[in-house]
Design a protein around this ligand. Structure first.
Ligand SMILES: Cc1ncc(COP(=O)(O)O)c(C=O)c1O
Length: 376
């Protein structure tokens, strides 16, 4: 039996999104930039989706710029904020997604000072430590709202307030927050916020960058001037329709009892298992844990053979063998960081899935311990 428990990597598409994608792909045949009836019909679909997304996160419609997803949104925001500067300090959390850390690394290599602020042992990057890193040279601040590995909710509001006061562009990567925690773009009042459709049951390869009114975007790929000259390229009309249709379709909070039961059974049956960030505010579907002495990749492969789809380390780079930078930043040593598994429950998962996963983990752990000549 196959069980999908890797929702933070990508969430299985919801029916409403699949229907919207199929219908739009079949019926909205025109190019949304064309002036004729077919173009106007496609344009209307985009405009409706824009209104719906803006409404969902309390933003103005004009703030929503459609992109190919979270990675592109983060890159546009970072390049736009830093473009006017030749040097300066960029403050980010050390637990950002690679879609933030990698572009910032390029700026570090070209002379910018990138300060990566570490979380506490619970995975929380305190507002105080972010604020302490901001100086008068700071030209950008990046702080994710929810970490993709731990599910920990970060205190972005206080940092946003300071950035507004000091007129520092701030990017909030809300890719893992959408649908899981309340989002209010107007109230947050930051320059940029990134979203991605496939984390909420929408299609892959489409997302949005929220941009505060008056903030200029740097076009990374100049062209036909779509999205009011802010992001060129013919819009992914079916994807955009699917994104809007997916909004609010999943009640992630309903997954909390399953996650909690899983963690409780895990630590009962594998006493050495350690739940990461158990005391921090976390999204309801995510459980990150370490099994000391085990190799996360090997465990993952054994679980895969048993039909379970889970992640080890960072899901977006699960082909890589590097230990999780998030766990290292939290102060775990390499060996513990390599023993991590992330389970992110998806709609449709049940208590029976959680129980079956614990049983499979016990079996894998006993087998691996046996192979290592240890007693289980
Ligand atoms: C926090 C975070 N930011 C950005 C991304 C990248 O989003 P996308 O896959 O839409 O490019 C991800 C994907 O896992 C993510 O978890």
């Amino acid at each position: 039996m196959k069980r999908y428990l890797d929702c933070n990597a990508t969430c299985p598409p919801v029916r409403a999104a699949l229907d919207a994608v199929a219908q739009t792909a079949a019926e909205a045949v025109g190019n949304p930039s064309s002036l004729h009836w077919a173009g106007r019909a496609a344009r209307r679909i985009i405009d409706d989706a824009r209104d719906r997304i803006a409404d969902y996160i309390d933003a103005e419609s004009g703030s929503v710029v459609f992109t190919s997803g979270g990675t592109e949104s983060n890159n546009i925001a970072i390049h736009s904020a830093i473009a006017p500067h030749r040097s300066g300090r960029i403050v980010c959390t050390a637990i950002e997604h690679p879609a933030v850390l990698q572009p910032l690394q390029r700026f570090a290599e070209s002379g910018f000072e990138v300060v990566r602020v570490r979380p506490d042992h619970n995975g929380v990057v305190s507002a105080a430590s972010m604020l302490a890193a901001i100086n008068d040279q700071t030209c950008m601040v990046c702080m994710m709202l929810v970490n993709n590995e731990s599910g920990v909710i970060q205190p972005v509001s206080e940092v946003a307030l300071r950035c507004r006061e000091q007129n520092i562009p701030m990017l909030v990567d809300a890719v893992q927050a959408l649908g899981k925690v309340a989002l209010d773009f107007r109230q947050l009042d930051v320059d940029f916020m990134s979203l991605s459709a496939h984390k909420i049951g929408g299609p892959k390869g489409v997302g949005a960058l929220l941009v505060r009114r008056g903030v200029k975007l740097l076009e990374l790929a100049p062209g036909g001037g779509q999205e009011r000259g802010r992001r060129s390229g013919t819009e992914n009309v079916p994807g955009i329709a699917g994104f809007a249709a997916a909004l609010g379709e999943i009640d992630f909070s309903a997954l909390a009892p399953i996650r909690d039961a899983f963690e409780q059974q895990l630590v009962t049956q594998i006493p050495e298992a350690r739940i990461i960030a158990a005391e921090a505010p976390r999204t309801a579907n995510t459980s990150l844990f370490v099994l000391p002495g085990m190799d996360g990749e090997t465990l993952l492969m054994q679980l895969d053979l048993a039909g379970f789809a889970v992640a080890s380390g960072s899901a977006c780079s699960s082909g890589k063998r590097d230990p999780s930078h998030v766990l290292l930043a939290m102060g775990l040593n390499e060996s513990l960081a390599r023993s991590s598994i992330r389970v992110s429950f998806a709609p449709g998962n049940s208590l029976a899935d959680a129980e079956a996963l614990v049983a499979a983990l016990v079996q894998s752990r006993n087998r691996l311990k046996g192979m290592a000549g240890l007693t289980a």
